[in-house]
Structures are given as C-alpha cells and as structure tokens.
Design a protein around this ligand. Structure first.
Ligand code: NAD
Length: 505
C-alpha cells in the first residue's frame, strides 16, 4: 500500500480480520533501514477507530475459535510451525532490513520463537482440568480451563519476531483471539507472521496486527473487551501498562528493562569470560534485554580481562547485517545518539574509555546508524552510565574487591532480569544462585534465556505482575478456571430440604 505522507514509500498497514487495511487515522511513522540510514516505509498509526475495528474482529472470531476442537486447533499450530520453519529465511531478511541485526542473529531469534510454537503444539496436555470423584457421596468436582477471549500482546523493537512468539502461540492454542501491537520501529515481521497464520488455516480475526504508538496501546489498555495484556518494553512503560491495565480489570504481565551483570571470580577461565562478555555485550549491538552490560571483575583479574576483551573487540566486524558482519547498526539515529551520549557521561564521571565505538569504520553505508563496540573501565557506580539501562553496545567494567561486594551491587540495583557468574567453584556458584535477587541466572552461561518449557521473566522492575512469559504456566495466564461440583442423584436418595451449609459427608 502507498502512503499520502511519502507517496514513494510503501505503507505498512494494519491486519484486521484477515485483510490489510490502512485504517482511517491519517497518522504514520517512519520505518528505517538502519544500515543505510534511510526511510524504507511508513507505518500506519492506529487511532480509536482502528483499535475498535481490531478488537471487534477479534471478538467476532473468538467464539468460533474457542469452540474449535483441540485436534483442529492443534493441526493449525502444526502447520504454522512447519511454515515458519521452512520459510524462516524470509522472515530473517525482514528483521535485518528493519532492525539492523545481522542475519544469523535474526535467524537465532526466530529459532527461539519456534521453540514456543513447538511447546504450544502440545497444548491439549497443558489445558487439561482436574477431576475428583466422590468428594462427597455421589458428588464429583472437576475443573475446566477456558480461554479468556480477546488478548493483547504489545512488543518492543528489539525482537520483532521472538517476543510476539513468546505469547501468541500459547494464547491461540488455548483458544483466545490475539491483537498484536508490534513496535512501530520494525512492524513488518508481524505482518509476515499474520499472513503465515492465514496460510496455516487460522480463521480470520483470531490474529490481528494493530500498528501504532502510545495511542494504540492506551486504547487496548482501556478497552472493555480486551481481557489481558502481555507487554514487553522499557520499565516506565511496563509499569504504566501494568497499573492502567489492572485498574481496568485486566490480567496483565508486563516485562520491563534490564541491567545485567556478569560476576567474574578470580578462579574463572578468563578466555571463556572474555568470549562470553563480548558475545553477550555486543551481540545484536547490545539491544537485548538479556545483554550483559556490566562485568563485575573481582580483583585481581580486571587488568588481564580488559586486555583480553580489547583484543577481541579489535577483531569484531561492524557492518550491514546483510554482509555477514559480527554486529549491525542500532535501530534508529536517535537511539544511536542516546547510547553514544553515555560514553561522555561515563568519561565525565571518571571512567576510562578503553574502546570508543564512535570511532568505528563500518562495512556499510556511511549514513547508517553506526556505533561500534565500546568498552568502559572503572565505571563509578554512581554514574548514570552504571545505574541506567543503555541498551546498546557499551560494556562497562566495574572492579570489586570480593564476591560479597559484587553480590551486594547486583542486589542493590533496581532491575532483576538476568545475571551470570563465571567461576570454577561449584560452591560459589551454588551460593550465588541462592543469594542473588534476579529472575534468570547463568552459571558460566552469559545469556541465560530459559528454554520454552521453563518461563522467561525477571524480578523487581524487570517484571510487573507475577506471570512470566511462556513455559507451562503461560497456559494458566491465557486460561480461566472453572470448578464444577456435580451430582447425578438417584431420585430415591436425594437429601430433601436442608438449609445448613453443604458439608462433605
Ligand atoms: P518501549 O517501551 O519504547 O516500547 C515497547 C512497546 O510499547 C512498543 O510497542 C511501543 O510502541 C509501546 N510504547 C512506547 N511508549 C509507550 C507509551 N508511552 N505508552 C504506551 N505504549 C508505549 O521499548 P523498546 O524501545 O521498543 O524496547 C526496548 C526496551 O524493551 C528495553 O528497555 C528492553 O530492556 C526492554 N525489553 C525487555 C524484555 C524483557 O523480557 N524483560 C525483552 C525485550 C525488551
């Protein structure tokens, strides 16, 4: 579709009721090719009419999908899984073009999303109720797990396929109708997945894509026919979504930001540490909620570690993700500039800038949103470069005197998403997993994103609500339980009138 704002550029339209529609709201936003620094499309931004249309289409599709047999729903999920697996290269190309991450990394996020689709294909086992026979004489009690209705998923820019895939396979398997509001920065992956659902045989309206910004999100948060919200994004927005959604009577899970620390004990294998810190710090240009952004080096290892990190950073190739480099650009110019500003903040606060990513020579268009890997040493813990989420390729080293000092720093932070310890000492690792106030922990593993049959979610301001993403418990989030107490009495034995509270005799 075309847009009036920029007639030469394609318009990424909404997907409502199984068809593309530009809607009636005239607002659009730019979509960039970050490696070229040019606008590649405009994306429609929903207003109240588009929110209403998407929710209405989902509400209309819901009863039919809820009443579709488990076997038929399962067949659709299997087809979706097969199509996604066969055509993942197409999706990876779309992700790289709008997000900027390198193709191999885009394929990696699809693979992690596929895991959740595979988990969801086994849903009949996970939405079973319980049955207790004869709880009282001739009385049985059993439970039913039923879908919620229309559920909304609101996702961030950094994983345009994987994060929506954390939620919608489970929601759809459980019989709900989904309205996905993807990030307006890279909206095309969601459209591709919507078409794939249609090809897999999902009835129109069960999966809709509503593009937009705060206005679309606020419309979903307050809409009376939206039963639940699954949000992933920055902490202030997660908190807003959680509080507003809960005030409007919705079930909400809202995953927020992160500042993940890697604690390196003096006995650790420093080559493993350096490789892991580089991979986890600069992969996807640091735009991962499970990126390592702080290395806590327990002395005396810091000098040697800095040397090994610097040598590895020198070998990293930064460039257009389509040319097979190690690291791509950042998502927008504005975000690149914001991330780069933390280098000055850290330097002003007394940190050593060991490698300055602003000096990078990329293999790509000079207009791209480039920032090379940056290494900061001796970052003061009072600096905003330490306390705030940077969300870019900036790795900070903080030197600490002991294991205890490291743990205290991690536990005093406001975020609690992921963390890692590197050591050869099993006792220290065991103590760490017990003491640390963080939701996901790696032991000699730098990005401990749990597999699909465990759940993903942090503590503190990294998760609002008590429901994590995916895993077996996700089926509880996307269903409502009913308990049924039943008897089929023999007319000769029913008890007659008794106004007392029922007992279990
Ligand atoms: P963001 O908070 O800017 O946007 C997330 C979503 O919220 C988008 O769909 C956006 O359109 C919408 N949004 C933005 N501002 C809004 C507002 N004021 N009101 C209502 N909706 C609004 O986040 P982002 O920049 O797209 O993504 C990066 C952030 O996401 C980082 O903080 C990162 O740590 C976090 N993240 C967390 C996890 C996790 O699992 N905890 C995973 C991925 C990303």
């Amino acid at each position: 579709m075309q847009t009036d704002d920029a007639p030469d550029l394609p318009l990424v339209a909404h997907w409502i009721g199984g068809v593309e529609t530009p809607g009636t709201d005239p607002r659009t936003a730019p979509v960039y090719d970050p490696a070229r620094g040019t606008e590649s499309a405009r994306v429609a931004l929903a207003g109240p009419a588009e929110v209403e249309a998407a929710v209405a289409a989902a509400s209309a599709a819901f009863p039919g999908w809820r009443d579709t047999s488990l076997a038929q729903r399962q067949a659709v999920l299997f087809r979706f899984r097969e199509l996604l697996h066969e055509r993942k290269d197409e999706l990876a190309t779309i992700i790289t073009a709008e997000h900027g991450k390198v193709l191999a990394d885009a394929l990696g996020e699809i693979q992690r999303g596929l895991e959740v689709v595979e988990l969801a294909t086994g849903f009949p086992h996970l939405v079973k109720g319980a049955f207790s026979e004869n709880v009282s004489t001739g009385v049985d009690v059993y439970s039913l797990k039923q879908p919620l209705g229309v559920v909304a998923v609101i996702s961030p820019f950094n994983f345009p396929a994987m994060v929506p895939l954390w939620f919608f396979p489970v929601a759809i398997a459980a019989g709900n109708a989904v309205v996905l509001k993807p990030s307006e920065k890279d909206p095309s992956a969601a459209m591709w997945m919507a078409r794939l659902w249609q090809e897999a045989g999902l009835p129109d309206g069960v999966f809709s894509v509503l593009h937009g910004d705060q206005e679309a999100v606020d419309g979903l948060l307050t809409h009376p026919d939206v039963a639940s919200l699954s949000f992933v994004g920055s902490t202030p927005v997660a908190q807003h979504v959680y509080e507003t959604g809960a005030r409007h009577g919705k079930r909400v899970q809202a995953l927020g930001g992160a500042k993940n620390h890697m604690l390196v004990l003096p006995d650790a294998d420093l080559d493993l540490v350096a490789d892991s810190a580089v991979n986890a710090g600069y992969g996807s240009a640091g735009e991962r909620c499970m990126a390592i952004s702080v290395v806590l080096a327990v002395e005396p290892v810091a000098d040697e570690l800095i040397e090994r990190l610097t040598e590895r950073i020198g070998r990293l190739r930064v460039g257009d993700g389509r040319r097979d480099p190690d690291m791509g650009p950042l998502v927008t110019r504005e975000h690149r500039d914001r991330v780069a500003s933390y280098i000055d903040i850290a330097a002003t606060d007394g940190a050593d800038v060991v490698v300055d990513g602003r000096e990078v020579t990329p293999d790509g268009d000079p207009g791209g949103f480039w920032l090379g890997p940056t290494l900061l040493d001796r970052v003061p813990t009072s600096s905003r470069a330490y306390t705030e989420e940077i969300f870019g390729p900036v790795l900070s080293v903080v030197r600490v005197a002991s294991y205890e000092d490291g743990v205290e720093l991690i536990n005093s932070g406001t975020f609690g998403n992921g963390t890692a310890i590197f050591t050869r000492d099993g006792g220290a690792a065991r103590r760490f997993q017990h003491e640390i106030q963080v939701g996901m922990i790696g032991i000699n593993v730098p990005i401990p994103v749990p597999v699909a049959y465990y759940s993903f979610g942090g503590w503190k301001s990294s998760l609002f609500g008590d429901a994590k993403a995916y895993g077996v418990r996700a089926f509880d989030f996307f269903t409502r339980e009913k308990a049924v107490t039943a008897r089929w009495p023999d007319p000769a034995t029913h008890g007659g009138i008794d106004l007392g509270f029922p007992r279990h005799d």
